[in-house]
Ligand binder design. Structure first.
Ligand code: HEC
Length: 159
């Protein structure tokens, strides 16, 4: 199991995705899934990949930071994610923009990640150790929402 999957498993306290890829729950979700599936263009995915590889790394460090009560680490990583430049919505008349390849839901979730990372960064100063774990969990929900929306629904896993 990759460290990222391990981290996700630790936080969510559910079996690793690979372990329940074929579970009834997943099948049910597929059945009432979006039709047509909201799949991103190959170009959009290539654009996103380096950013996502960074997110994966930052998420592991965040999990470790929260687990080991390293508030400085959590503050810095959460701030970085919150400050990350966001892909902008295509402008009217800019249908040929690269970002026009991304649907509105993508931008909504991107904004949500930004705000939840900001909340986590602030919580480092005010919240209890346990509450920080909840804030991190909320931020991770946004990661998962986006993956759940945009990963191709072939085997319920990563593209
Ligand atoms: C707004 C949508 C969105 C959000 C929010 C999002 N992701 Fe992703 N992520 C994607 C998409 C789309 C891909 C698939 C890209 C591709 O096709 O390679 C992806 C892929 C990944 C990958 C696999 C990268 C690889 O090696 O190919 C990792 C790891 C990842 N995301 C981590 C995260 C983490 C951690 C967060 C939250 C901090 C997050 N993502 C938030 C859309 C999102």
């Amino acid at each position: 199991m990759s460290p990222l999957l391990l981290a996700l498993t630790l936080l969510s306290q559910t079996p690793a995705p690979a372990a329940h890829a074929k579970s009834p729950q997943v099948e049910a979700k597929k059945d009432k899934g979006d039709t047509p599936p909201r799949v991103l263009s190959e170009l959009a995915r290539q654009l996103l990949r380096p950013r996502m590889e960074r997110h994966g790394h930052d998420m592991m460090m965040l999990v470790q930071g929260v687990l080991l009560l390293q508030r400085d680490v959590v503050a810095e990583l959460a701030k970085n994610i919150a400050a990350e430049p966001r892909l902008t919505r295509p402008m009217v008349g800019g249908e040929d923009d690269l970002n026009a390849a991304l649907p509105e839901r993508f931008f909504v979730l991107q904004d949500e990640l930004h705000s939840r990372a900001g909340t986590l960064a602030t919580a480092v100063k005010t919240d209890s150790d346990v509450a920080l774990a909840a804030r991190l969990g909320e931020m991770m929900q946004t990661c998962v929402s986006c993956h759940s929306t945009f990963f191709p629904q072939t085997d319920g896993g990563m593209p």
